[in-house]
Design a binder for this molecule. Structure first.
Ligand code: CTP
Length: 405
């Protein structure tokens, strides 16, 4: 989504300016073309050389430039997005008031691209009515605001005003650039491996990290869906996503069943245990009682239950972890569980599957339009999954009798 996008990264003069270096690195890693613009204040906190080394172009700092007499219009008109990180109270006031006394403020006036601001300042300043009024005005004008977090501030005090985390800033940039092609859809995603208790301290688990499920939830939210994530993983929750924390297959089934009827799209990315201890011990099992024998019983198959109860206008996506005959096994699973799509990965392939940050999958579909997704980040896989979901919804709506659409 960020690949090839021209992003002007404006850095204004706050202590959090050093964190913009990490934001710059992440944007460049995601394929964006980043042009840093530092205010005079920013240069008191960070060196221009650092940004020049990491960004796609050297830092620009001045309106007065003999090579390019009107740098702000070139920057503003050429940008796909202008990000201000951090945005000081003064920068917000300048933008709200239409002042253009330096390269960054002039660029902000000269652009029609989306603008994302990430305020960072002391709590007293953040809560001041002047700052809040300026922000409210900017929001009304369509500026995207990434609110600061609560935490330790520069003077050692604690409160609201700390710059949002780099991943939150990058997610906001992606959201501002995204086509809201999932807006109006309610999406339910499950993530992580379930843990089935043996006794109060031990469980049967699996190696699923939950990263793919969380990436799916983030992708759907970025593209405008109303997202609920039912997860066993302790990973950060993507912005704008409602989260339901669960542990066991039974808890996951209850959470999913309660929300399934309202969902347009359900993605079962969780690695749900197939078996669980039939009678978990109430007290911790002591080793001096000898080696216990565990009797297992099957868990409910949540995906199959959803498939049996599925409305024609619902899209149901399953996941499959296979070690051989990936495509054929995935098609068999799709038919057996009543899913519309199954995302299958070869967990034995290098770089794919559990605990990795990358994945390589094949998406098999009930309409036969299967697709191989090359090895890529889990977010890229999530993007391919929702592209396939949207495409499948179009082809299946075309085939449904008119009165059922
Ligand atoms: N799943 C589920 N409930 C279960 C087990 C799995 O909803 N009790 C879902 C997973 O979330 C995933 C898909 O089913 O979407 C994965 O299926 P898998 O566990 O591979 O299914 P099985 O049919 O048990 O696989 P196999 O036949 O390969 O053992």
């Amino acid at each position: 989504m960020l690949a090839g996008k021209r992003i002007v990264l404006g850095v204004s003069g706050g202590i959090a300016a050093y964190k913009a270096i990490e934001v710059c690195r992440r944007l460049v890693d995601a394929g964006a073309h980043v042009i840093p613009v530092l205010t005079e204040g920013a240069r008191h906190f960070v060196g221009a050389t650092t940004f020049s080394a990491l960004a796609s172009e050297p830092v620009q700092t001045s309106l007065w430039n003999e090579v390019d007499p009107i740098p702000h219009t070139r920057l503003g008109q050429g940008a796909d997005l202008v990000l201000v990180c951090p945005a000081t109270a003064r920068l917000l006031a300048d933008l709200a008031g239409g002042r253009s006394h330096d390269l960054l403020t002039a660029t902000l006036l000269a652009t029609r691209a989306p603008v994302v601001v990430c305020p960072a300042m002391h709590t007293e300043m953040w809560e001041h009515p002047a700052v809040q009024d300026n922000l409210a005005l900017l929001v009304r004008r369509g500026v995207h605001v990434v609110p600061p977090e609560e935490g330790r501030l520069a003077g050692g005090d604690v409160g609201a005003g700390r710059l949002a985390a780099p991943e939150t800033v990058v997610a906001a940039v992606e959201a501002a650039l995204a086509e809201p092609d999932l807006s109006g859809l309610t999406v339910l995603v499950t993530a992580g491996g379930t843990r089935e208790p043996i006794d109060p301290v031990r469980f049967l688990g699996n190696r699923s990290s939950g990263k793919q499920g969380h990436a799916l939830a983030a992708e759907a939210a970025t593209r405008g869906a109303k997202v609920t994530l039912v997860t066993t993983a302790g990973l950060p929750v993507p912005a704008g996503v409602e989260v339901v924390r669960v542990d066991t297959a039974a808890q996951m089934e209850a959470a999913v069943t309660e929300r399934a009827a309202a969902a347009d799209v359900i993605v079962m990315a969780a690695a749900v245990a197939d078996f669980r201890p039939a009678a978990p011990a109430v007290e911790k099992i002591k080793k001096h009682h000898g080696v216990p024998e565990l009797r297992l019983e099957p868990t409910p198959d949540i995906l199959a239950g959803l498939g049996a109860a599925k409305r024609p206008d619902q899209t149901l996506v399953g996941f499959a972890a296979e070690t051989s005959d990936v495509r054929a096994s995935a098609h068999e699973k799709l038919a057996r569980k009543g899913a519309d799509l199954v995302v299958a990965n070869d967990v034995g392939a290098p770089g794919a599957g559990f605990e990795h940050d990358t994945n390589q999958v094949v998406i098999v579909r009930s309409d036969g339009l299967d697709e191989d997704v090359p090895l890529g980040g889990k977010r890229a896989v999530a993007r391919a999954v929702f592209d396939a979901v949207l495409d499948h919804r179009v082809t299946s709506a075309d085939r449904r009798p008119r009165d059922s659409i």
